[in-house]
Design a protein around this ligand. Structure first.
Ligand code: SAM
Length: 313
């Protein structure tokens, strides 16, 4: 890649080469380097300002004679930590943090593009007002509720088991939305509709029941707050087409990039956490994907001696 020009005359990242991109940078620095009107779809799942450090430990159980856990047939096992990922989710002024980034999101969308902004109940209402200011209230398209059913339950209030995805179009009269491409789901009461309708299934509404990433599922990366591919796939199906550019500038484990790869979309992923970049190298591979830092210098993505991809200098 040495000597290769990765930026246009204006200093924007040159996306004309046919590759996808993973940028290891603060998005406040990276976003100004992306060209106006590039992305048909932007999905972001920023830190929710939970006031915590988000951590996830990846554990495995291995058989061993002096293990502290006894399983089937009296066999002994020990739990080992494979790795841990974490990032801080504490902001003094969350709206100030997110506002300038959302202004870039608006600038970066194509004229018919759509933003999906994933947030939870703590900040959703403040962010809605902010997005109304940036996009215009008439450009608010949907409030999607992603409902799941997992984890502990409060005894003091209704257990909070949903996230909110706010959907905004750049142009309320001319945004891309392909209803035909959305995968249909089973009717809740198939006996109440004709056999043909039941067999065809129904279109999802703005309430999406979907499991979280299964702890033993094959898409699990071990990255804290990883979102399910099924949720992101539905978004990409409706609001982008093959070869469109898709952007996620709080990329984490790269769920958006993984789904974009599966669906033949092109992508730019941005994250400022080295653990996120490390996970993405394994998830997205190196074929047709450029890994660069904020100055567009290639990152040292290599294989370890065990053959695992990662950021190894
Ligand atoms: C909720 S996680 C995203 C999870 C992702 N949707 C997934 O499925 O894995 C938020 C991500 O934003 C990243 N982040 C936070 N502040 C950032 C910043 N200023 N620039 C770039 N990335 C940032 C964190 O490192 C974290 O990976």
């Amino acid at each position: 890649m040495d000597g290769e020009r990765l930026e246009t005359e204006t200093g924007a990242v040159d996306l004309s080469g046919g590759d996808n991109w993973v940028l290891y940078a603060d998005n406040a620095d990276a976003l100004p380097r992306l060209g106006d009107g590039t992305f048909r779809l932007i999905y972001i799942d920023p830190p929710f300002n939970s006031g915590k450090v988000q951590r996830r430990k990846e554990l495995a159980t291995v058989r061993c004679n002096d293990g502290d856990r006894v399983g089937f047939g009296g066999r002994r096992y020990r739990t080992v930590t494979l790795g841990a990922t974490s990032y801080s989710d504490v902001f003094d002024d969350y709206l100030a943090f997110i506002a300038s980034r959302l202004e870039h999101a608006h600038r970066l969308l194509t004229a018919d593009g759509t933003l999906y902004f994933h947030i939870d109940h703590r900040e959703a209402h403040y962010c809605k007002v902010l997005l109304d200011q940036i996009f215009g209230r008439d450009c608010f398209i949907n409030e999607i509720i992603w409902a799941y059913d997992y984890g502990g339950r409060s005894r003091r209030r209704w257990p909070a088991k949903h996230d909110t995805i706010l959907v905004y179009a750049k142009d309320a009269d001319g945004y891309f939305f392909d209803q035909e491409a959305i995968e249909r789901i089973p009717y809740m009461a198939p006996g109440l509709v004709s056999k043909e309708k039941a067999a065809r299934g129904k279109l999802p509404t703005d309430v999406w029941w979907h499991t979280i990433v299964a702890t033993n599922g094959k898409e699990k990366t071990g990255y804290a707050t990883q979102k399910p591919e099924g949720v992101v796939r539905r978004i990409l199906s409706a609001s982008s087409q093959e070869n469109d550019w898709v952007l996620d500038f709080f990329a984490g484990s790269g769920t958006t990039g993984a789904v974009a790869q599966q669906m033949n979309r092109r992508f730019v992923m941005i994250d400022n956490n080295d653990e996120a970049i490390d996970v993405m190298t394994r998830r997205l591979g190196t074929v047709g994907v450029r890994y660069v830092d904020g100055a567009l210098n290639p990152l040292p993505v290599n294989q370890s001696r065990s053959g695992q991809l990662g950021l190894f200098a």
